[in-house]
Design a protein around this ligand. Structure first.
Ligand SMILES: *Cc1c(COP(=O)(O)O)cnc(C)c1O
Length: 244
């Protein structure tokens, strides 16, 4: 009974998130189809992911490699998986091998990991992998991501030196307490302007992944094309067994 209630709650929470996403997209003057919702399912069981899948959602995000490669093969192949956050370069190969339906890596923050992913894609012979360059917009040493001053160089490396990767845009996490959210978003927007100018691409072709449970509406209003939402959909990660 409790488990069933929790599962129903996830779909309800998801629908509420979607409504808020649609409203925020409208406020930003864009159709809601231009904003992708990545349901961040890390630490959550297969059964809950299934519930959202059965409700029609297809895009999910994970960020622990070991957990990811155990869960993904147990779920339908038409899920569009995103790896979010920092990836260790020595995990690129195992990740690509275990998750053939990996749609995007949100979190390339150095050339080494880009090169490892590029090689892993080539070895497997799958279609090019979409990647976002992760930018550390909050300046915290503990956060991964390239410094904003290095985003052009890394984006250029991905675009020009990694034929099996598709440079798709920029991603940021920001501060855990959301205290510097507007500045972080502004910094990522500035990075996009610079990257697009330097690489000669239109902003339409450079996604912005910003916005999580606590700030996704603000992020969409500022132009985010990809929000990564975990706890607002699935409940707090510390208490996975509780109903609320
Ligand atoms: C866990 C995680 C999220 C989701 O965080 P919530 O606050 O639960 O929505 C988003 N992005 C990254 C990189 C994460 O690791």
């Amino acid at each position: 009974m409790a488990a069933q209630a929790a599962e129903g709650a996830v779909v309800t929470a998801f629908r509420s998130v979607l409504r808020r996403v649609h409203q925020a997209a409208e406020r930003s003057g864009r159709p809601y189809e231009r904003v992708r919702v990545v349901a961040v399912s890390k630490t959550k069981p297969i059964s809950l992911i299934r519930q959202l899948y059965d409700a029609g959602h297809r895009c999910f995000g994970e960020n622990y490699v070991q957990e990811f490669i155990e869960k993904a093969p147990q779920l339908p192949e038409d899920i569009e998986w995103h790896f979010i956050g920092h990836l260790q370069s020595n995990k690129a190969k195992v990740l690509l091998a275990a998750v053939p339906n990996l749609d995007m890596v949100e979190g390339v923050d150095n050339e080494k990991i880009a090169n490892h992913l590029d090689r892993a894609v080539a070895n497997i012979g799958r279609k090019p992998l979409r990647v976002l360059v992760q930018v550390n917009t909050s300046g915290e040493a503990s956060k991964s991501g390239v410094d904003p001053s290095g985003c052009i160089e890394l984006a250029r490396h991905v675009k020009l030196e990694c034929p099996n990767l598709e440079f798709s845009g920029l991603m940021t996490i920001g501060m855990a307490d959301y205290s510097s959210t507007p500045e972080n978003f502004r910094t990522l927007l500035n990075c996009r302007t610079q990257v697009c100018k330097a690489l000669g691409i239109t902003e339409q072709l450079c996604e912005l992944s910003m916005g999580m449970s606590g700030d996704f509406e603000q992020a969409i209003e500022k132009g985010s094309t990809n929000v990564r939402i975990g706890s607002t959909i699935f409940g707090p990660r510390e208490y996975p067994k509780k109903d609320k």
